[in-house]
Every structure is written in structure tokens, then in C-alpha cells.
Write a protein that binds this ligand. Structure first.
Ligand code: GLA
Length: 385
């Protein structure tokens, strides 16, 4: 994304020089629906990004223009209502959350836009929240560190937008490092950067181009089912506070005490956590084929046990199974649409994507979108006025 487009729009609208912030999308190699269970994830920031141009103003209003939507909002930061525009509620959520933290948001002007596809599971929402929080932190000198920005952004989404998301997306957005994946412990927020050495291979995102309306309601239902499992184990006298503390043995022992669906959901999460740890070991041993197998196993669990996949995602993963150029594939993010993430041999990239585009078109009468993901740095301030 060329930041000068956003900067020029800002100059045209507000006639002054802004500060610029770049905020990326993210991928997740493995570890899905584990973050809100205090487990492990393996995300990275990628080369799809949003640019923010921001400057304070002296008339106590927040004027925000969405370049992509050609829409704007103009609010009093001390008194505002939820907006009719979806994008604006992420922005208002951030302003609301900063005020709740005792930080005073004064008037500011903002233009933002970029090339992160929406609803594709690449986390345009975290990019929006973290990008704005970083920009306001910069112009108002709040002194927030990266971790605080990630947490404030997550809370904005939880409380204002109403999606009970975990910390993965915001953390990856803030802590991403070029060519590295982040092994994040979502309980302690300790993390380790692991070089993602995939010479000769590329991260390929295949976008189903659909986002089922179930996505956010079912997401919250999954959370409740995991909590329900933990509650039952606690009632049985086990000292556990999240599925992170639960082993497969423990879960199996109390299997009859819980609903079959709750059992299946919990089992998936426990297995997926183990898979992240194994996958990280394999990555450190440069065993990419075995790493790819873990991705397929993860998809199997998400599709059959956690039931957050859909026909289109399953189809895309299935199409790669007998293709020697694909090391691994799985659905990514919350599910019910969005993208699959694939590790594809570079020399086979063109033919693989062409074939699968055609197959997808034939099967669903819908266009498949393809993105090649390079791992980049997390959110950063690009220039100081
Ligand atoms: C969404 C949420 C994340 C995470 C994933 C599933 O992207 O925002 O917190 O739970 O789904 O792994």
C-alpha cells in the first residue's frame, strides 16, 4: 500500500501534515481457537496493510475518513453513540477504551485505508484497532507500550464491537517481526520469535470470498462451550482455570459428566495446543513436511471436532491433499469463511493457484482470491510530522 495516497487525501481534507502509521494484517500458521483458552498460537504480521494519517486538531472533534469506503464520521470524543458504519465502531471502541484507561482523547483528524481484505480472516479489525491506538498514542504522547496497545485494542473489540476475541490478532499486529513467526503463550503473554525458514516455499492465502453470518455468534458460542467444560472439571474438584491446565487424560476421565459437544470442543483445544508445541519443534528442526502435516491435522480438528469450517474451506484444503507442491493447508482465523493458509513450493505457485481458482469457480460459481503472504514487521509509526 502506497502511504502517499492516504497522506495526500489527508492534506486535501485537512490542509496540514499528518503523522503516518502502518498497521499490517496477520496470518496464523497453527494454533486456532486456542488464544482465549490461554493456550499457544503461532501468528505473524503480513504484507497486507492499513495506513493511518493522523494529526491533532484544535476544535475537540474526532473527524475520521475511511478512504476505502468513502465514508466519514465526526464525533465528540466525550459523548458518542455507536455508528451505523461497521468500520467506525472499531474506531469508536478504541476512543472509548482509551478514555476508560484514563487517557484523554482530544480532537484529531484521521484518514485511513489499505489493502487488507475485510472478512477474510486476515484480521483487518486488529489492524484498524492497533493502527489507530498507535497513532493516537503517538500524537497525544500517552506513553503506551506495545503490549498495552494490543490489550486496549482487544478490549475495544470485546466491549464496543461485542466480539469476545482473544489476544492473538492484536499481539501479532504489534509484535510482528520480518521473516519470523511468534510463538505466543496467551496466558503469560511471553513470546518467542522463531525464524520462518521456508526457502523455496511461499505462504499462500486462498480467500473463499465469503464470510458466513454465523462467524461472530458461533465464535462466542465456542468460547462458552470451552468455559462450560472447564466449569464442569472444576465442579469435580480439579484445580484448573482454563483448558490450558487440562490434559487429555483429565478430560477423558470426566467425559461422561459433560455434553458430547462440549467434550469434543475441549478435546480439540487440548490437542491443538499440543500441536503448536510440536509444530514449533519441527520448525526449529527445519522439518517443513512434518510441520505441514500438523497444519492438515489442525484443519481436521477445526472442521470435524470444533466445527468452525465450512464447505468452501474444506474444499480448498481437500484440493491440495494430493498435490506434492503443497506442504500443508488449513483454514485460518475464526472460521465460517475467510481464507485457508497453504505452504506452496515457489516453482509450482502459478500452476497450483490457476488450477485451484478454476476448480473453486466450477464448484461454487464464485471467484477465489489469492494472496502471497510475506512476513513483515508489526505496526509502526512511519514518520514524525
Ligand atoms: C479470531 C479472533 C482471535 C482468535 C481466532 C481463532 O481471529 O480474533 O482472537 O481466537 O479467531 O484462532
Amino acid at each position: 500500500m502506497d502511504s502517499s495516497i492516504i497522506q495526500n487525501k489527508f492534506l486535501e481534507l485537512y490542509d496540514k501534515q499528518p503523522s503516518l502509521v502502518r498497521s499490517p494484517g496477520r496470518v496464523n500458521l497453527i494454533g486456532e481457537h486456542t488464544d482465549y483458552n490461554e493456550g499457544f498460537v503461532l501468528p505473524a504480521a503480513i504484507n497486507k496493510e492499513m495506513i493511518f494519517a493522523v494529526a491533532p486538531n484544535d476544535h475537540s472533534r474526532c473527524r475520521i475518513y475511511s478512504y476505502d469506503m468513502r465514508e466519514n464520521v465526526d464525533v465528540d470524543p466525550t459523548a458518542f453513540q455507536p455508528s451505523k458504519y461497521t468500520w467506525a465502531n472499531y474506531i469508536l471502541g478504541v476512543i472509548d477504551q482509551l478514555q476508560k484507561q484514563g487517557l484523554m482523547v482530544k480532537g484529531f483528524d484521521c484518514v485511513f485505508g489499505g489493502d487488507i481484505p475485510k472478512g477474510a480472516g486476515i484480521s483487518s479489525s486488529a489492524a484498524l484497532e492497533c493502527g489507530l491506538t498507535t497513532a493516537l498514542n503517538h500524537i497525544f504522547e500517552f506513553g503506551l507500550d506495545k503490549q498495552s496497545i494490543a490489550k486496549i485494542s482487544q478490549k475495544a473489540e470485546n466491549e464496543y464491537v461485542g466480539v469476545q476475541c482473544g489476544i492473538m490478532d492484536q499481539f501479532a499486529n504489534m509484535f510482528g517481526q520480518r521473516h519470523q513467526v511468534i510463538k505466543l503463550d496467551c496466558r503469560s503473554l511471553e513470546y518467542e520469535l522463531i525464524p520462518f525458514k521456508i526457502d523455496g516455499y511461499k505462504i499462500v492465502l486462498l480467500d473463499t470470498n465469503i464470510s458466513h453470518s454465523l462467524a461472530s455468534s458461533e465464535y462466542n458460542v465456542r468460547r462458552q462451550q470451552c468455559e462450560e467444560g472447564v466449569k464442569i472439571l472444576k465442579e469435580q474438584g480439579l484445580e484448573v482455570s482454563s483448558l490450558r491446565d487440562v490434559s487429555l487424560d483429565m478430560l477423558t476421565r470426566f467425559r461422561t459428566m459433560m455434553d458430547a459437544v462440549v467434550y469434543r470442543r475441549c478435546r480439540y483445544v487440548i490437542e491443538e495446543n499440543k500441536r503448536v508445541e510440536e509444530a514449533c519443534r519441527l520448525l526449529e528442526q527445519d522439518d517443513l513436511p512434518a510441520f505441514g502435516q500438523k497444519m492438515y491435522e489442525s484443519h481436521e480438528g477445526l472442521s470435524k471436532a470444533y466445527e468452525v469450517s465450512c464447505e468452501e474451506l474444506d474444499f480448498l484444503v481437500d484440493q491440495t491433499r494430493d498435490n506434492d507442491s503443497v506442504l500443508g493447508a488449513r483454514m485460518m482465523g475464526g472460521g465460517f469463511g475467510g481464507c485457508t493458509i497453504n505452504l506452496v513450493k515457489e516453482e509450482a505457485l502459478a500452476s497450483m493457484t490457476m488450477d485451484i481458482e478454476q476448480e473453486y469457480q466450477q464448484q461454487f460459481r464464485r471467484e477465489l482470491k489469492v494472496y502471497i503472504g510475506d512476513i513483515v514487521n508489526g505496526t509502526e509509526v512511519m514518520s514524525n510530522d
